[in-house]
Design a protein around this ligand. Sequence first.
Ligand SMILES: *[C@@H]1O[C@H](CO)[C@@H](O)[C@H](O)[C@H]1NC(C)=O
Ligand SMILES: *[C@@H]1O[C@H](CO)[C@@H](O)[C@H](O)[C@H]1NC(C)=O
Ligand SMILES: *[C@@H]1O[C@H](CO)[C@@H](O)[C@H](O)[C@H]1NC(C)=O
Length: 333
Amino acid sequence: MARAAGVFLLTAVFTFVHLSPLVLPEGELTFKQWISEHTKIYESVEEYFHRLHVFTENKKIIDLHNAGNHSFTMGLNQFSDMTFEEFRKIYLLTEPQNCSATNGNHVSSPGPYPEFIDWRMKGNFVTPVKNQGHCGSCWTFSTTGCLESVNAIATGKLTPLSEQQLIDCAKDFNNHGCMGGLPSQAFEYIKYNRGLMTEDDYPYKGHDDTCHFKPVLAAAFVKEVVNITSYDEKAMVDAVARLNPVSFAFEVTNDFMHYKEGVYTSSQCKSTADMVNHAVLAVGYGVEEKSRPYWIVKNSWGTTWGIDGYFLIERGKNMCGLAACSSYPLPLV
Ligand SMILES: *[C@@H]1O[C@H](CO)[C@@H](O)[C@H](O)[C@H]1NC(C)=O
Ligand SMILES: *[C@@H]1O[C@H](CO)[C@@H](O)[C@H](O)[C@H]1NC(C)=O
Ligand SMILES: *[C@@H]1O[C@H](CO)[C@@H](O)[C@H](O)[C@H]1NC(C)=O
């Protein structure tokens, strides 16, 4: 009798989990579709139901947001079964970074600047969106993205560069591999190290490893690191308009994890240098019809997130501290 009940229970759980999609409640049907779209695998029935719960809570946040009047929409993405706390620990810089430059060395021109700039359209200057995976290495992608573009603009040749070298080798410059770092400090490393290898020669692993830099394979060089004075967002516009894409950091909060499209603005995030937890690359800017200025930004969470891996964020208000620490390198070619 006891054994029969056990078998029944097991069968019931099994059936429930693998139930045909047609008879599932709507929320779970969406979850099942999402699982197959993102090829997720859960180790146990408990894990499955826990993730279903988190997913359902996230879906509520997304639906509520999208029913309101906002400048951006939210959507499901690869992070939809994670709480923000889990997400933060894996993907974001968890320690406050030393990122502010009280007196930057970028020299602005008097302008005027074009209304719209997108370096992706000006030529073959921006590599495809990459994916940092389960590693707090955003700062390495912001760094390579910027140097790739700076080099391509200077030489006409676009070469993907190594994030893994920065993870493994740039620790003497206040960088901490998968635990975080900053583009300005990574540019300093590349300058003093005399070079960064290509993605092909030093491929991405997405975890901390020992340094395998080979000087003969150095492919990109930094002559000088240019920091933009903290909170001088106009100087960022000047640099992006006249010179090249620019690396910057900002504070990611819960609402950003669900970003889908439109111009991101937030009242949740802070705007000071000590709160930034994610580094990205501004590849352009523009102004919305409703006259809201924005930045066009390359992220490193793959192409399924946001607008094919990119996002727009409000410009001109130091939104989420985005003007706290921006920088770019001068190429040595
Ligand atoms: C939505 O918000 C914008 C600006 O915040 C406002 O101008 C507009 O009237 C709002 N639309 C609706 C339908 O509430
Ligand atoms: C900030 O700088 C100090 C002094 O250089 C260093 O000890 C500390 O590790 C840095 N913090 C981070 C998060 O890099
Ligand atoms: C730019 O920032 C880096 C990292 O914070 C710093 O080491 C460097 O001295 C700064 N460069 C200039 C010219 O201020």
